[in-house]
Design a protein. Structure first.
Length: 236
């Protein structure tokens, strides 16, 4: 074997949530390019179908499964359909996420709960379902955010809280499952990437914080996707 062989995912099966747009699309393509069969999960079935077709046209294997990760039953169904189609499960990328920019004094309980239900609880329900199916070990990668570690001048109490909670969830699941079940659990903390959420920021905001970005620019989707492939692979 060469060193590059350790990064291959041939024979692996992956689930990517939030796979209908943005970083989820890049991650789905990257895992398929590395050799994995990919189950794409998201709420928007029309967009999922496009991503699946694009992966297949590039020579990859993919299925599209409409699911809402805030519903534990949907999470179990997503895992079950992936296993039924591809035979097993090795990789879960918890990428689904939503965000609001509501001043804390005006944010309603429903607005706060909706973000936490998707960003934090949804990752837990997916991890539970995936871990039950990962009978020969595997890799779970939770996509958190730099906003779970710091602030960036936006009113994002719900989003920041959910992403900070994801770090705690990752640590606990790693200590429960890595040694006993052979399931590695890691979290990524992306900075700013062009997504549907950042498109809602006020005009000029991203440019105003670029001096805080060490590389002086927003991230490129392939940069995050490459990190996911590394964590999912035997190179880890």
């Amino acid at each position: 074997m060469t060193i590059l062989d350790y990064f291959k995912l041939d024979g692996k099966v992956a689930i990517v949530t939030g796979a209908s747009s943005g970083l989820g699309v890049a991650v789905g393509h990257a895992l398929a390019d590395a050799g994995a069969a990919v189950a794409l999960g998201a709420r928007r079935s029309d967009r999922l179908a496009v991503v699946r077709s694009d992966i297949e046209r590039s020579g990859g294997r993919a299925i599209a499964i409409t699911a809402d990760v805030s519903d534990p039953d949907d999470c179990s169904r997503l895992v079950a359909e992936a296993v039924e189609t591809f035979g097993h499960l090795d990789i879960l990328v918890n990428n689904a996420g939503i965000g609001t920019a509501v001043p804390a004094i005006r944010e309603t309980p429903d607005q706060f709960r909706q973000v936490v239900d998707v960003n934090l609880c949804g990752c837990y329900w997916m991890a539970q379902a995936a871990a039950r199916a990962m009978t020969s070990g595997g890799s779970i990668i939770n996509v958190s955010s730099v906003l779970g570690l710091t602030t960036a001048g936006l009113p994002q109490a719900a989003y920041s809280s959910s992403k900070a909670g994801l770090f705690g969830l990752t640590r606990d699941l790693a200590q429960q499952w890595t040694g006993r079940k052979g399931i590695r659990v890691n979290a990524l903390a992306p900075g700013f990437f062009a997504t549907e959420m950042t498109a809602q920021y006020r005009e000029g905001y991203l440019a105003s914080i670029e001096p805080r970005m060490l590389v002086g620019r927003q991230g490129e989707p392939h940069e995050l996707a490459a990190a996911v492939v590394f964590l999912a692979s035997d190179a880890k």
